[in-house]
Design a protein around this ligand. Structure first.
Ligand code: OAD
Length: 252
């Protein structure tokens, strides 16, 4: 595939790389993507409707139960060869910055050193009142589809909320600044498994394209980012990313 060869050549020459990921990179680990239909008992709920401050204010047990269930799902799955390939890119190009929209910890467990979490993390709950961090995984174990009362803050007794960014909330300032700066200064930006529909995160590949850098997209389906991508690699991340790494830095 010529595009794979061209993408590998760009990667092998790059001194600064940004790997920008979305839910698709974790799909083959068994984590449903955001726009997949929710399964089982959760199919009655709209993921986007649950991911808002208003939903938490209206029904904290519903929202906390949903996020805690998602956290336990993540605990039971493993990083896939796509996550491992990203860590291999970091090993070859030391100035590689992973910027993820994912709230899972599969990049960390796949070997990435310090992924930037643009949308927060399921593993960093905090108090909804005083914003102090709270320990993860100390509440009751959730069951799929069940409400679960959020634990209370040890300092102010406020309800603990997930450490994720909800619709209508600002992204963490430092994470967004780092992402924009790295996209501005990179040689290659690799965008993997994102629909490119949610802003401001979807600006990150566009920033790299605007500065004339090579943008490589890995996704089985077309996305709005097709038009800014220099090279579009169509296929699943767990197959294409290892193939890209192997082509960039052949082992033998
Ligand atoms: P989406 O669920 O919107 O999109 C997932 C993308 O992954 C789609 O473009 C799929 O084609 C692609 N995909 C599916 N399987 C894949 C595979 N095996 N390999 C590669 N790609 C695959 O997820 P995101 O773009 O991450 O925000 O969604 C962005 C944000 O929207 C999320 O971070 C979340 C959500 O609302 C917040 O929670 C704030």
């Amino acid at each position: 595939m010529d595009d794979l060869r061209d993408a590998a050549a760009a990667l092998a020459e790059a001194r600064r790389v940004v790997v920008f990921t979305g839910a698709g990179i974790s799909a083959e680990s068994g984590v449903p993507t955001f726009r997949d239909a929710l399964t089982g008992l959760w199919e009655r709920f709209d993921a986007q409707a649950l991911a808002t401050p208003q939903a938490f204010a209206d029904d904290p047990d519903l929202v906390w139960g949903w996020y805690e269930w998602r956290r336990t799902v993540i605990d039971q799955v493993r990083p896939n060869p796509g996550h491992v390939a990203v860590a291999t890119i970091e090993a070859h190009v030391p100035h590689t910055v992973v910027v993820t929209q994912n709230v899972d910890d599969l990049h960390e467990r796949g070997g990435s050193s310090a992924p930037v979490h643009l949308h927060g993390s399921l593993f960093t709950p905090r108090c909804a009142g005083c914003a102090r961090p709270a320990p993860a995984g100390t509440g009751a174990e959730p069951e799929q589809g069940r409400r679960l009362a959020p634990p209370r803050c040890a300092h102010c007794a406020g309800p603990i909320r997930p450490g994720v960014v909800w619709f209508g909330e600002a992204l963490p300032e430092e994470a967004l600044e780092t992402a924009v700066q790295e996209a501005t200064d990179c040689d290659v930006l690799l965008t993997v498994g994102t629909s490119g529909l949610v802003y401001p995160a979807a600006e990150i590949p566009k920033v790299a394209a605007m500065f004339g850098h090579t943008v490589i997209q890995v996704n089985p389906r077309p996305t709005p980012l097709d038009e800014v991508a220099t090279l579009n690699l169509r296929g699943p991340a767990a197959t294409l990313l290892p193939a890209l790494v192997e082509a960039a830095w052949p082992v033998s």
